[in-house]
Design a protein around this ligand. Structure first.
Ligand SMILES: [Zn+2]
Ligand SMILES: [Zn+2]
Ligand SMILES: [Zn+2]
Length: 136
């Protein structure tokens, strides 16, 4: 052990010889050791990255506080910017109240298309029935 610790160690990032080794965190994906400066830089970098996220829909990067969580019905994972959230909500409300195929206003009873039909939104009974006949 004594032999090993006397071997000089270099920082993975700046290649400076390190007197005081800093272990990178696992999720940084860095091998070896870091000097104090680089270690601190990385901590800052990852902290900032964690505080920011990009919108699922338009990829704009914003502070997490400025992003919206999608509604559970939308079946999305991640966050949306305000603009995309509003757009999505509008789309969703539109889809929710009209049949995706014929545009009939839907009442209380709606029919969910089967996954393999590749149809977004909901259907009226007659469109659902005809799709069932067509696609099974
Ligand atoms: Zn360094
Ligand atoms: Zn967006
Ligand atoms: Zn319909």
């Amino acid at each position: 052990m004594r032999l090993l610790s006397r071997k000089p160690v270099f920082c993975t990032i700046c290649s400076k010889q390190i007197s005081h080794k800093h272990k990178p965190k696992k999720d940084w994906g860095i091998k070896g050791f870091l000097c104090g400066d680089c270690h601190l830089d990385k901590i800052k970098e990852f902290y900032e990255k964690k505080m920011k996220q990009s919108c699922l829909s338009c990829d704009v990067t914003k502070k997490i506080n400025d992003l919206w969580e999608p509604r559970w019905q939308w079946d999305m994972e991640g966050l949306l910017c305000k603009e995309c959230f509003d757009k999505k909500e509008e789309d969703f409300n539109k889809k929710k109240s009209f049949c995706s195929i014929c545009g009939t206003k839907l009442g209380f009873i709606r029919y969910h298309p089967k996954g393999k039909w590749k149809i977004d939104g909901q259907l009226c009974k007659s469109c659902w029935d005809s799709n069932k006949l067509k696609s099974g």
